[in-house]
Write a protein that binds this ligand. Structure first.
Ligand SMILES: [Zn+2]
Length: 200
């Protein structure tokens, strides 16, 4: 599996996502143009006389499809590490959207398993994807928003099922299996993402 497709994938999933970009002023430029560097950063080249970044935002919105198409190879080129600072900045910009997205999924699976929970917290954790406390508070690492949908869902299901069983017993996995028969494959796939997503 290509581990770094996740960023472009996440951008597609979260349609209101703001893209990060670096502004470069140019004496030669007559209009806005875009460039994506080999490390995956988006650069907006603008005429020297531009005073605000409004035209850039508009241009980026118009060219979103092009950007998404080209961000992917750029990240592939980098190949070993994801820009973790960019990921975190992107999260801070889209915190509400990400929380809402996760809450919608938690509520869906809570209904399926007929369970209740107390609170959802999105955290910036460096080594775990999620956790569930004895008092049924669910915690998720913000990075799950940037995973492919099936892996994000699995982590949510994993924690939701801990409200039924606070362990990893056979009984616990039988709950997970009800919605995610492929869970063993997903656990394997997540290990690859850990290398790229977690700050170690
Ligand atoms: Zn667990």
């Amino acid at each position: 599996m290509k581990t770094l497709d996740c960023f472009a994938e996440a951008l597609k999933n979260l349609s209101n996502l703001n893209l990060d970009y670096i502004i470069k002023k140019s004496h030669k430029a007559k209009r806005v143009s875009l460039k994506i560097t080999s490390s995956g950063k988006l650069i907006a080249i603008i005429p020297y006389t531009y005073k605000t970044d409004l035209p850039i935002k508009k241009f980026i919105a118009e060219k979103k499809d092009w950007i998404l198409k080209h961000l992917k190879p750029a990240y592939k080129f980098k190949n070993t590490t994801l820009d973790k600072n960019l990921l975190h900045k992107n999260f801070l910009k889209n915190k509400q959207l990400i929380l809402q997205d996760i809450k919608t999924l938690v509520d869906y699976y809570a209904k399926f398993y007929n369970i209740s929970y107390k609170k959802i917290t999105i955290k910036n954790q460096s080594t775990i994807w999620g956790s569930c406390s004895k008092s049924k508070n669910l915690n998720f690492n913000f990075r799950i928003a940037y995973l492919p949908t099936q892996l994000k869902n699995y982590i949510i299901i994993h924690e939701v099922c801990h409200t039924l069983e606070m362990n990893h017993s056979k009984k616990y996995w039988s709950f997970v299996y009800q919605t995610t028969p492929n869970y063993k494959l997903y656990i394997k796939q997540l290990r690859k993402y850990e290398k790229n997503f977690f700050i170690t």
